[in-house]
Design a protein around this ligand. Structure first.
Ligand code: SF4
Ligand code: F3S
Ligand code: FES
Length: 253
């Protein structure tokens, strides 16, 4: 029999799982059953290298099929599984159990500031309405070119950070101004306005700035930085908001 190579050993190590027992403390709400939300504990065996999303799947598939949450890609791309995990907004599919001190219960609850529909699912309509309000698409005044609209590398760099948004709402739902009354456009909408305001090919910057000059626009931001801390894409959200404020004052962008 052949002697195992270093590569064989490495592969064996990476596939070996060491299960531990963890408690998931999940905020449950079913309007058909009770008027108030309540916490429910679930014990599960899980490899600490797995993610919170894997834990939620284990609960749903093996213990309680009624547990309700959103997820799609499971790889940090679609933005559908933002939730509050141990009190902080994160994507369940990007959060490893081992990074959460699993010797204590792991709390999982819906993001704040949006109406909870069931368990971890919130009503995203107000969030997407604010997104639609800033016209998140390229606007030009005709003069169709005969080839693609060109842009220098420097001009492209200007809004590179804000192109990374996956509309997960982790930022907006971590903002205390948004918690207050939900009327504030919120950081995600401003990030997506920034993406076009600073695009040299776009011609509707003035319109977008006027939309954000509203009483519920950028001026409501108190530079709290919760949004920047919460963004799973590492976008400098507060910096983008500051740039939009500056553009409103100088009208240069
Ligand atoms: Fe999510 Fe970041 Fe986009 Fe906010 S800016 S919606 S936190 S990806
Ligand atoms: Fe809110 Fe972010 Fe401003 S958390 S107050 S939008 S810096
Ligand atoms: Fe798509 Fe987490 S499931 S980002």
């Amino acid at each position: 029999m052949a002697t195992p190579t270093t590569l064989d050993k490495l592969e064996a190590d990476s596939t070996t799982s060491h299960l531990i027992t963890v408690t998931f403390r999940v905020r449950r709400f079913n309007p058909e059953v009770a008027a108030e939300a309540s916490w429910q504990d679930f014990q599960l065996e899980i490899d600490p290298k797995e993610r919170v999303l894997d834990g939620l799947h284990k609960i749903k598939w093996d213990q309680d099929g009624s547990l309700t949450f959103r997820r799609s890609c499971a790889h940090g791309i679609c933005g559908s599984d933002a939730m509050r995990i141990n009190g902080k907004n994160r994507l369940a599919c990007k959060t490893l159990i081992k990074d959460l001190n699993p010797s204590k219960p792991i709390t999982v609850e819906p993001i704040k500031g949006l109406t909870v529909l069931k368990d971890l699912v919130v009503d995203m309509d107000p969030f997407f309405q604010a997104y639609r309000d800033v016209m998140p698409f390229l606007i030009t005044k005709g003069n169709e070119p005969t080839r693609e609209r060109l842009q220098t590398a420097e001009d492209r760099e200007r809004f590179d950070d804000t192109t990374k948004c996956i509309l997960c709402a982790a930022c907006t739902s971590s903002c205390p101004v948004f918690w207050n009354d939900g009327q504030y456009f919120g950081p995600a909408a401003i990030v997506n306005a920034h993406r076009f305001i600073f695009d040299s090919r776009d011609e509707a910057g003035e319109q977008r700035l006027e939309i954000l000059n509203d009483k519920d626009g950028v001026w409501r931001c108190r530079t709290t930085f919760n949004c920047t801390d919460a963004c799973p894409r590492g976008i400098e959200v507060t910096k983008a908001i500051q740039e939009v404020k500056r553009a409103l004052i100088t009208r240069r962008y």
